[in-house]
Write a protein that binds this ligand. Structure first.
Ligand code: IMP
Length: 431
């Protein structure tokens, strides 16, 4: 006790990194359960900014064990680059543990991800082109290469050779690319193996033992609920399960071990990549949110599409994840508006208004937002540290969210820094 899952309640980029970072101070183990370097956390500590893509946010706390679970996909080149970057800034990475069952992102995955997006043209998903989808596809096809294969040179050589015998045909014939050289690739991968080997562990055993010993475990989801492969806005989704249930499969943890699920939502909404977005703001106000909220991708640098909080989506997230609490981040960004629209329902093509997220894709594609406009507060709230520091309108905004979603707000973010936070409930104690 306790085990808390921190999950994105929107389309990713909710500010989970900061929330996990704040909670990690009191966690013994922080474990990522899915995704790879398609995620991106920006953490601000004093004057230092850290941009992490793969390693869990807990790494910045000395003594915290940080896990990349079996549900993650790992690009060894990126992992090593990130570890080197952290170490060069004096961060000790000895607490990292990488599941031997996690799959590796290989160079062909990156090429296939990019080239298949190009081939899709106007129908493209807008992936991060980091090879995530093709790596998970190979995992499901049972032809993937796993982290534990790095531990045995003979197995690694054989697996690369087998994979390339198929992938090189694909690369040449379908994607019109030069085939990858087996020897060059094997030597490079063996070189990575030497660096990654000390971190490889049985992470399911590790997280379960930690709970048995009464330690605090934080499970860190990447991306967000609406990008979930099964339940998100398919096909504009990622290729893993960011929802809280993903923590069980991706860490080797039984569902009964989870005590609480914290859903992280921005006070507004953003989306990267293609796909419908009912509460997308008009150009002027969307640009204002983008500028004030610095809504540019950590991984790709792309402009994020910006809009208003969508309570239909948030209720959906509460249902899919069994949310017990909410963290509302970046409330300060909304301080620039006199009036703040909040989407409370979807008007569907048959004229009805639904409070439930549509089960059918065509309904979602044609959903028109029904807004309620709330009063803005128009004052700087970046110094607020307690609820009473927040203006009445900001408190009313949070109460409106709680009431419509049926989940209490435990944490409010009022700025980028670690200390710019208002705690309403103790997340870890409530677990
Ligand atoms: P992939 O995860 O790179 O395959 O991309 C699939 C979809 O998920 C695309 O729409 C991406 O923009 C989106 N996506 C992946 N990771 C993130 C993230 O961390 N934040 C927001 N969107 C993401």
């Amino acid at each position: 006790m306790p085990c808390t899952v921190v999950v994105g309640a929107q389309w990713g980029d909710e500010g989970k990194g900061k929330v996990v970072d704040v909670l990690a101070e009191r966690a013994d183990v922080v474990a990522r359960y899915q995704g790879g370097n398609n995620a991106g956390h920006t953490l601000v500590l004093g004057d230092e900014t850290y941009k992490l893509r793969l390693v869990p946010s807990g790494i910045l706390y000395p003594g915290t064990i940080c896990v990349l679970g079996s549900g993650c996909v790992i690009d060894p080149e990126v992992l090593i680059e990130e570890l080197d970057g952290l170490e060069s800034r004096g961060v000790d990475t000895a607490g990292l543990r990488v599941s031997g069952n996690a799959h590796l992102i290989m160079p062909w995955h990156r090429i296939i991800d990019s080239d298949s997006e190009l081939m899709l043209g106007r129908l493209q998903i807008g992936t991060t082109r980091r090879g995530i989808g093709p790596a998970y596809a190979d995992k499901a096809s049972r032809v993937g290469i796993r982290v534990q294969d790095l531990l045995d040179e003979k197995i690694l050589r054989a697996k690369i050779q087998t994979a390339l015998s198929v992938k090189n045909v694909l690369l040449r014939k379908i994607y019109h690319q030069r085939p990858l050289d087996k020897d060059v690739l094997t030597e490079a991968t063996l070189h990575y193996a030497t660096r990654v080997r000390p971190y490889v562990a049985d992470t399911s055993l590790l997280v379960n033992r930690a709970l048995d010993e009464g330690k605090v475990l934080l499970c860190e989801g990447a991306q967000g609920t609406l990008l979930d492969l099964d339940h998100g806005t398919y096909p504009f989704v990622t290729s893993s399960n960011p929802i809280a249930g993903g923590a069980c499969a991706g860490l080797g943890l039984g569902p009964t071990r989870i005590d609480s699920v914290l859903g992280v939502t921005k006070a507004y909404l953003t989306r990267v990549g293609a796909g419908p977005f009912p509460s997308e703001a008009d150009e002027e106000r969307g640009a204002a949110i983008r500028e004030h909220g610095a809504e540019y991708g950590t991984v790709t640098g792309r402009d994020r599409r910006c809009g208003w909080l969508d309570l239909v989506g948030l209720r959906f997230a509460a249902r899919l994840n069994g949310l017990t609490q909410l963290a509302v981040t970046k409330l300060d960004v909304l301080s620039i508006f006199d009036r703040i629209p909040v989407c409370t329902g979807y008007r569907l093509p048959d004229g009805s208004v639904s409070q439930d997220f549509p089960g059918h894709q065509s309904d979602f594609h044609h959903a028109a937002p029904v807004y309620e406009e709330l009063d803005g507060w128009n004052v700087d709230i970046s110094g607020a540290r307690t609820v009473s520091d927040l203006p009445a309108e900001a408190r009313a905004y949070l109460e409106f969210v709680e009431e419509h979603v049926g989940v209490p707000v435990a944490i409010v973010g009022t700025g980028q820094r670690r200390d710019q936070i208002v705690n309403l409930h103790d997340v870890l104690r409530a677990a």
